[in-house]
Design a protein around this ligand. Sequence first.
Ligand code: UDP
Ligand code: GLC
Length: 381
Amino acid sequence: MKILFLDQSGKPGGAELCLIDIAKPYRDRALVGLFADGPFKTLLQQHHIPVEVFATEAIAVRKQSNLLQALASLGQLAPLLAKVVQTAKEYDVIYANTQKALVIGALASFLARRPLVYHLHDILSREHFSQTNLRIAVTLANRFASLVIANSQASQIAFVQAGGRAELTEIVYNGFEVKNYQTSESDISHLQQQLGLQGKFVVGHFSRLAPWKGQHILIAALAQCPPEVTVILVGDALFGEQDYVQQLHQQVAAMGLENRVKFLGFRTDIPQLMAACDLVAHTSTSPEPFGRVIVEAMLCGRPVVAAKAGGAMELVENEINGFLVTPGESQELAQVINTCLQQTEITATIASNARAIASQRFDVTVINQQIANLLTHLFKY
Ligand code: UDP
Ligand code: GLC
C-alpha cells in the first residue's frame, strides 16, 4: 500500500515522533509531506523515510483562530493544496497526522479521489481549541475521512462529543521500540556526573515548555520537598511559548530554587536521561491526549507520576504502575515526590510492574499490526 503521510510540523512533537514509527514499515513506498521545514525532516531522513517539504512558510491557522482568520488562511493554502493533490494521485491513501494536515488532506482526498485516514492526536475540546477550529476539524473528518484513528479513548470521546461520527473511529495507542529504552549503568552514571546529579533525588520532566504542560506546577511542588530533591526540565518551547519560558525562570529565581532546577533544552537522549531520574513527573493542567512521556518513563523502569485527566488515566493505575495526582495541585504532587523519596522499595515494585505491562501493551510491532489491519480493511469494500 502506497501511503502519502501529511504533517504540518517541521518540529518533532509527540505526534511527529509517533508518525516515524507508523511510517517506517511503509518507507519503501511511502512519502511524508511536511508543511514546514525543520529538524523533524532530518529525523525522518535518519530513519530512511522519504520526506518532502511541500511548503516552507508557516501556515497561519492557530489553535484559537476565528472563522475569518481561518477563511483568510485558506487563500494561502491554494499552492500547497495543488501540490498535495498532484502528489496524492501517485499514492493509494492520504494519512493526515495533524489538524492542518486534515484540512489539506480532506480537500486533496476529494480532488484526487483517494481515501483519507485522520490520525487524531488531540483532544478536540474548548480547553484546547477555538470553536471554529473544532467545527472545521469535525466537519472535515465526518465528510471526508474513511477512518479516524484516535490516540486514546479520551481523544475518541472528545471527538464524538464535538460532533464526530463514532463509527469512523478506532483507538490505537502509540507504539514504542521497547529495546530503545534499555540503558546501561555506565550511561546513567556518566550522565549523572555530567549534569551534577550524583547524590540527588532527581525528578525529571520531559516535555516541550508550554503553559498547559504545567512545568510551573512541578517547580511549585519542588519548593515543598527536602533540599536533596532536584528537578530537570527536558524540552524546549517548540511553538513560540517564549513568555512561558521566561515566567518559569522568574518563578525559579523568586523561589530561590536556582540550584535545584536545571533547564536542559531539547534532547535526543531521552531514555538515558529518564534512567538517570528517580521519578518522572507529568503535570499537564489540561487533559493530555495520550502522553508519550508517561509510557517512556515506564519502559525505562522509572516510577512515574501523572496528572489525572485524559489519556494519562488510560496509562496509569494509581499505585499499581504509577501515581496519579489532581492536575494543577502542586501540594499533592509534592506528597507523591516525598513518598517516592521515602518508600523506595514499594516505588521500585510499582516501576517494575509498569515496565512489564508497558513493554507488552505498547510494543511497536503490536501497534503497527493494528494499524496495518485497519488500513487493509479500508480497501475491502
Ligand atoms: N521529547 C524529546 N526531547 C525533549 C523533550 C521531549 O525527544 O527534549 C519527546 C518525548 O520523549 C516524547 C515527546 O517528545 O516522546 C513528547 O510527546 P508527548 O506525547 O509526551 O507530548 P506532546 O509534546 O506530543 O504533547
Ligand atoms: C500529541 C498529544 C500527546 C500525544 C502525542 C502522540 O502531541 O499532545 O498527548 O502523546 O500527540 O499521540
